[in-house]
Design a protein around this ligand. Structure first.
Ligand code: ZN
Ligand code: ZN
Length: 445
């Protein structure tokens, strides 16, 4: 499937064969060399007359200074807010600080940055009811076209609804100059989609979950472009960087199409979430989102390689689930996540992921459709292929390289099934009573 991200967004909303009306939400993605100069036109097109610009010291150097000059030359007044520290945490303090400095005579918000600045910019635009443009400084994560922000609230990493950027400006001269670790992070966030798409397909088989072929194929096409560009990443080739940036924007569009995060995140993301939650709670080490998702992807393929060797056994599965003790399990959640576990335990009361009658019905579906499930797993790349790909782009492949302990890696695996109400590999293994067996094989500690 060939696609051009600009054409895809320009297509606007349409009725898809899956039965849903798909909306991209974002109005425009401008990706190319020198495109930052289009900023004044985009501001005027959105009706902006005075801009509130948000950045941090690093993104100011990367593009904020240019943005100020472009605005001055175009005679567009602006107020600049820059975080004092280079890597602000997206928490109450950071969001509150921007709001306290907000200049209410402004009528458009411009974020200059990537992950954190964009997440906060989307919240400020939402609160101010103002249009929002993000000038990307690194193709490091896939939140450029999404209407949610990943933040830390009450010490918990949560996703809150915010304002989807109206326009993304991805100037390749700036993006190709981003720290290499951030470009690798974007690749990791994209490679993660192998797992998220496979798990979406598996859940469709087992739970008759809503699924859209067109959306899944778009993501796989964007992913394929990134994989083919891997060699160019290390030498900062602009077309390779373009592939990653387009993949990041495409991911947001695909999630908006589906109305759920299925096309863009699965079990691999939940490894990363566990490590992030532990950082917030216990001060342990964590790395960039996409770097962790990349390592999580390799871990997930190892898990699926074990699933391929199994044949579900009805008696064994029913006995396992009947002996399962949620109280005891919630103690394990608390041990590894501290306060972060509280909301997960509350969520289980309405999600009922461990309901035994629902399990029995699911198990029958799993047993009768096992060949189909294995066929989906067989489409995944091998561990060797992934490791080669990571070597090509120079990204870390193991938790050892990012300072996450092997214990935290092993512990994260069964916890992935409690992060969201989403049917993923660890839940499939719980359903067939093989979760701990596979944990021991893949994550020996
Ligand atoms: Zn569809
Ligand atoms: Zn992600």
């Amino acid at each position: 499937m060939e696609f051009k991200i600009g054409d895809l967004i320009a297509r606007g909303e349409f009725l898809c064969a899956c039965g849903k009306v798909h909306r991209p939400k974002i109005k425009k993605a401008i990706i190319g060399e020198g495109v930052i100069s289009s900023l004044p036109d985009e501001i005027r097109e959105l009706g902006g007359t005075k801009a509130f610009v948000i950045c941090d010291p690093n993104t100011y150097k990367a593009a904020g200074e240019r943005v100020e000059k472009i605005l001055s030359d175009a005679k567009i007044p602006h107020t600049l807010y820059s975080f004092r520290e280079g890597h602000p945490e997206p928490d109450e303090k950071a969001v509150g600080s921007v709001i306290l400095h907000y200049d209410s005579s402004c009528d458009i918000i411009i974020g200059v940055g990537s992950g954190v600045v964009n997440d906060i910019g989307k919240i400020v635009a939402d609160v101010a009811h103002a249009p929002y443009i993000i000038v990307g400084t690194a193709p490091s994560m896939d939140g450029y076209a999404s209407g949610t922000s990943s933040v830390i609230r009450d010490n918990l990493k949560v996703s809150v609804n915010s304002h989807c950027p109206d326009v993304v400006i991805g100037d390749l001269d700036i993006l190709a100059d981003a720290p290499m670790h951030m470009i690798q992070s974007g690749m990791g966030d994209m490679i993660a989609k192998y797992i998220s798409i496979a798990e979406w397909k598996i859940s469709k088989i087992i739970n008759d979950e809503y699924f859209c072929d067109e959306t899944a194929n778009l993501i796989l096409a964007g992913l394929d472009k990134c994989v083919k560009s891997a060699r160019g990443i290390a030498r900062r080739d602009k077309e390779a960087v373009r592939a990653v940036m387009e993949g990041m924007v495409l991911s947001g569009v695909a999630a908006n199409y589906a109305g759920v995060s299925r096309p863009v995140s699965g079990m691999e993301h939940y490894f990363s979430h566990v490590w992030d939650m532990r950082m917030v709670e216990f001060g342990t080490t964590a790395d960039l989102h996409g770097i962790q998702c990349g390592i999580g992807t390799i871990d997930c393929v190892k898990v699926y390689d074990e699933i391929k060797k199994l044949v579900p056994d009805r008696e064994k599965a029913l006995a396992y689930v009947s002996a399962f003790d949620y109280e005891k399990w919630s103690e394990t959640l608390k041990k590894w996540l501290g306060h972060g576990a509280d909301q997960m335990i509350i969520n289980e009361q309405k999600e009922k992921k461990y309901d035994k009658a629902a399990h029995a019905a699911r198990l029958e579906k799993i047993i009768s459709h096992w060949d189909e499930i294995i066929a989906v797993i067989n489409e995944l790349p091998s561990v060797t292929e992934l490791e080669k790909l990571f070597d090509t782009i120079g990204a870390p492949k193991t938790v050892d390289e990012i300072g996450v302990s092997r214990e935290a890696e092993a512990a994260a695996f069964p916890i992935t099934k409690d992060i969201r109400d989403k049917y993923i590999g660890s839940r499939l293994l719980w359903d067939i009573g093989e979760l701990e067996n596979v944990q021991k094989i893949v994550f020996p500690v």
